[in-house]
Structures are given as structure tokens and as C-alpha cells.
Design a protein around this ligand. Structure first.
Ligand code: SP5
Ligand code: ZN
Length: 341
């Protein structure tokens, strides 16, 4: 399986995030991608290539112009105000306020965020732009006839919607790649999100569309981040009614429960008869993940890959979360090796 990777991810290395009332080192750190790349090499998964540059056009098929404008200009504006530390938002247009985009940069950040987990640094735009190009380059490989490809994206993307960032995510890599398949002639694409956290951005982007079936297996929002989306009764709306599947699970779920949910999701994907399957590949379902509660063990990721392979569809794997840094490579590449059989 071909892996697409770029060192540009290192340009995004934020100073910290709030954990337990203290500013602590970010869970989403450059070493994550390093460990995945090292495991791809150690297991000789296949060739590793740099991304091509497809420009902003395929990104703008998913994200709004004002959002992309903010992301590109935010650091320069923040630095021009004399700041050197990371840029973070603090005020959001929640209920009882008016969601009108302000002129002020700090106000715009809150307008385009749903939490304080997507800091902007000097290198963030270049890192997230290249992460999207990594997904698009792997997408081309599958569109050209490969059975599979691995987009080693960092930063991740599934919490980002059309114009709102959060949860370490800025550009929704898997959504951008899914739209690229459609724009190149695919009729139906399926997205299977196996990250521990609900992919609220991906769900939101495709919620009213029938050409993208989105399935999510995740910690229930009744107890877990992102807290405000991901319940089972969210089944799509309008033309998209019936094309969104949420399988929220209880805290502490292990492979018996998780694997059954995967089987349910895969049966729905098979019934949808997608031309291509995209996997939002988060491995924060691992038992030793520092911010998650599920209990999957490393061999379970081989089973995950095997079940996805049984769909018999061209498949694009897009890296999302996973914060047990030492084991992220083993677990992510186990999925890919399980898929290859
Ligand atoms: C892509 C992805 O996996 N994003 C996850 C974002 C989760 N960020 C908020 C996490 C809140 C962490 N609570 C810390 C509990 C530490 N025991
Ligand atoms: Zn996650």
C-alpha cells in the first residue's frame, strides 16, 4: 500500500492545551506522525511518496471562502498585534448570541471555532494545507485504480466543518478527498469514521446529502468529546435522510462491542453500494490512549482492517487521532496490514 507523507506537519507544533485546569503539552504532537511513518517503514508496507499540490480549489469545495481567508491570515494578523505565543479563541457565538462574523481577528477566531483545541501558530496554515494535499494525493492513487492508499495526515481533520475548527482539526481532509472522488466521477462514496471521537465536522458537511454515506463509531456524546453531536437519532436531513449512521458506544467498550458496531456499519456501507470507501483512521480507541476510554488492544486493529477489506471496495485510509504516541504506529499500521491480508 502506498503511503503519502510530508514533513510539513512539523510546522504545526502548538505550545499546549487546557487539561484539568492546567495548560499542558498538546496531545496532538509531531511525534505522532513520526511514529506512524517509522512503523510504515519497519513493516515495509510499501512506497512512501511526497504529496502533489492540487491548490486551493479542491479545499474550497468543502470549506467556505471566509473560513479559508481567516486560516491563511490569522497568524500574520496576530503577530502584527505584537503577539508571539499561540493564538487561541475564547468567545463563541453560542446560544443567545448572534452568529454574525465580526471584523476583529479575535472575534473571527471565535466565529470559526467551537472550542479552544485548535490553536493557530506561525506554521499552522502550511501544515494544514499540506495535510489536505496528502489526502488529495492518496485520493488520486485510489481514483487511478489502486485498491488502497494511506494518507498519513497531520493535523487531523474530522472535527472541522465547512467553516468551524476544533478538536485539533482545521481542514477536513477526509471530506476534501471524498468530494474529490465525486468531482472525478464517483456517484456514491462512503466514509467510515473509526476514531474514538465522533466526527462532527464530517457529519455536518454531508448531513443533507445522499452522495456521501457517513458512518461513525465513537464514545457517546452523553459523556465524551465533542459533547454536542453524535447521537444515534442523527440520521441525516432532507435529501440526506438515512445517509448518516451514528453508533455511539458506552465508556470502556472493548472489541466485543466495538467489533459488533463495525459489523453493523460495514453492512450499511455494503447496502449503500459505494464506489469507494474512505476510512477516518483514528486509533485513540486503544486501551492506553491518554484521553479516551475504549479498550481495544493492538491485535484488534488487524481485525478492524480485515473487516474493512471484506467490503471489497477501493479504500482510502486517512489518519485522524490517536495519542498513545509510542503505540500509534503499531495500531494504525495494523489496520493497514489487516486490510492487506
Ligand atoms: C482528532 C481527535 O482525536 N481530536 C480529539 C480532540 C479531543 N480534545 C479534547 C479532549 C479533552 C481531553 N480531556 C482530557 C482527559 C485527560 N484524562
Ligand atoms: Zn479522536
Amino acid at each position: 500500500m502506498l503511503t503519502i507523507y510530508s514533513d510539513d506537519h512539523r510546522l504545526h507544533h502548538a505550545q499546549g492545551e487546557m487539561v484539568g485546569g492546567e495548560f499542558q503539552p498538546c496531545f496532538e504532537m509531531p511525534a505522532r506522525a513520526d511514529h506512524v511513518l517509522a512503523r510504515v517503514k519497519a513493516q515495509q508496507l510499501g512506497a512512501i511518496r511526497e504529496p502533489e499540490d492540487f491548490g486551493l480549489t479542491p479545499i474550497a469545495r468543502i470549506h467556505s471562502a471566509d473560513y479559508l481567508d481567516f486560516l491563511q491570515k490569522a497568524w500574520a494578523g496576530w503577530a502584527a498585534q505584537g503577539n508571539t505565543a499561540d493564538f487561541l479563541p475564547g468567545v463563541f457565538p453560542a446560544r443567545h448570541l448572534r452568529a454574525k462574523r465580526p471584523d476583529d481577528l479575535y472575534g473571527q477566531y471565535g466565529f470559526h471555532s467551537f472550542d479552544c483545541f485548535a490553536p493557530i501558530t506561525a506554521g499552522t496554515w502550511q501544515a494544514v494545507y499540506t495535510s489536505a494535499q496528502v489526502a488529495l494525493t492518496a485520493q488520486r492513487e485510489v481514483a487511478a485504480g489502486a485498491r488502497s492508499a494511506f494518507a498519513l495526515c497531520r493535523p487531523p481533520g474530522h472535527h472541522a466543518s465547512a467553516d468551524v475548527m476544533g478538536g485539533y482539526c482545521y481542514l477536513n481532509n477526509v471530506a476534501i478527498a471524498a468530494q474529490a472522488f465525486l468531482d472525478q466521477g464517483a456517484k456514491r462514496v462512503a466514509i467510515l469514521d473509526v476514531d474514538y471521537h465522533h466526527g462532527n465536522g464530517t457529519q455536518s458537511i454531508f448531513y443533507e446529502r445522499a452522495d456521501v454515506f457517513v458512518a461513525n463509531i465513537h464514545g457517546s456524546p452523553s459523556f465524551e468529546y465533542p459533547h454536542f453531536l453524535g447521537y444515534a437519532d442523527e440520521t441525516g436531513a432532507g435529501a440526506g435522510e438515512g445517509y448518516n449512521l451514528n453508533l455511539p458506544l458506552a465508556a470502556g467498550s472493548a472489541w466485543d462491542v466495538w467489533g459488533a458496531a463495525l459489523d453493523t456499519a460495514c453492512k450499511r456501507i455494503a447496502a449503500y453500494d459505494a464506489d469507494v470507501v474512505l476510512v477516518s483512521l483514528g486509533v485513540d480507541t486503544y486501551q492506553n490512549d491518554p484521553i479516551s476510554s475504549f479498550k481495544l488492544d493492538s491485535p484488534d486493529y488487524l481485525r478492524m482492517g480485515q473487516r474493512i477489506a471484506a467490503l471489497g471496495k477501493p479504500t482510502l485510509f486517512v489518519m485522524e487521532g490517536g495519542y498513545a504516541v509510542a503505540e500509534i504506529g503499531i495500531n494504525a499500521v495494523n489496520v493497514l496490514e489487516g486490510f492487506q491480508g
